[in-house]
Design a binder for this molecule. Structure first.
Ligand SMILES: [Fe+2]
Ligand SMILES: [Fe+2]
Length: 321
């Protein structure tokens, strides 16, 4: 570890007086489930031995170890195993949320691996579910949605300050559930002799995150209440296709995901209504305006009315789609 400097303050070799080093030590004890030993973490930090900008991620996280700063660091992490382990190790209940802190956006968000290649929706592969390869392509597409969903939940947690603590804890919990979904699907994909990254994928989910990064209300309206809610509608048909093709394990994974996704859309609805109340806005008229302003995809039925009602949509909102 000789000859390396702390990337934050230039203290050489983790001098004990370096507050980042000390903070890192505290951080390692906050995350007791950490999959890498504290010693590895320290040496990786100092050596800049990184996947992407690992030392920067850690430096940001430990500078102010709060729920929000850890979510930002996890969002920036590009290596999949680091990212999922990081997300799942965050102690949501114990950490201070840092609700008022203004965090600096890191470059190259979200961190993601070099593969899958991102293509336009038209170029994304569509294959018949009659073949193993076709089912693998579908499971890959679902894995990619869940990978994006991890990033979306981390992003809404770190990006918007000044909200009640419950806002941050609920979204960080969503991020952990998305990481679980991703891992279930990735494991299932491996049974089809493929891994995440093997097929091209499209980036529509993150594009909407980019478009709405300046306004929390637009983010809530168009990401959880539009794109995630669309997943509720799509799930039953995909589930029955998998079951019909004999993929009962895949169908069972979709059941788990649908159950959790109803909860995610409910979190989106709860906080959308909260911000509408704060700004004295009518939720239904405001949704129509934001969908137009941000060019939300036009939703097409059939709608999963039961799941949408369970996720906190009102009947009038479903009728207005
Ligand atoms: Fe999910
Ligand atoms: Fe979700």
């Amino acid at each position: 570890m000789k000859g390396h400097k702390c990337p934050k303050c230039e203290w050489a070799d983790g001098n004990v007086k370096c507050r980042h080093w000390q903070s890192l030590r505290r951080q390692a004890s906050i995350i007791d489930d950490w999959p890498y030993s504290a010693a590895n973490l320290f040496s990786g930090y100092l050596n800049g031995r990184t996947s992407n900008n690992w030392h920067m991620n850690i430096a940001v996280a430990v500078d102010t170890p709060t729920l929000r700063s850890l979510c930002l660091a996890a969002l920036a992490e590009a290596e999949i195993d680091h990212k999922t382990a990081f997300v799942r190790a965050i102690d949501i209940a114990a950490l201070p949320t840092g609700s008022e802190s203004l965090l600096i956006e890191l470059a190259n968000l979200p961190g993601r691996p070099a593969l899958p290649a991102l293509v336009s929706p038209k170029e994304a592969p569509r294959r018949s579910l009659g073949s193993v390869e076709g089912r693998a392509a579908l499971i890959h597409a679902l894995s990619h949605i869940e990978f994006n969903a991890i990033n979306l939940a981390l992003d809404v947690t770190w990006r918007f300050s000044g909200l009640p603590d419950a806002f941050y804890r609920e979204w960080a919990n969503v991020a952990q559930e998305e990481a679980h979904h991703f891992m279930l699907l990735r494991e299932h994909l491996s049974k089809h002799d493929h891994q995440y990254g093997d097929f091209p994928a499209h980036d529509g989910l993150w594009e909407m995150a980019e478009r709405t990064k300046g306004d929390l209300l637009a983010r809530l309206a168009l990401v959880p209440r539009t794109l995630e809610a669309r997943g509720l509608d799509a799930s039953p048909a995909i589930r029955s296709k998998l079951a019909a093709a004999g993929d009962h394990k895949g169908a069972a994974i979709l059941d788990t995901i649908l159950r959790d996704e109803i909860g995610h859309v409910a979190v989106g609805n709860r906080w959308y209504r909260y911000v509408c109340r704060e700004r004295s806005l009518d939720p239904i008229a405001t949704y129509a305006r934001l969908a137009e302003q941000y060019r939300a995809p036009k939703l097409r039925g059939p709608f999963n009315r039961e799941a949408r009602l369970a996720a906190g949509f009102e009947a009038a909102e479903i009728d207005a789609l």
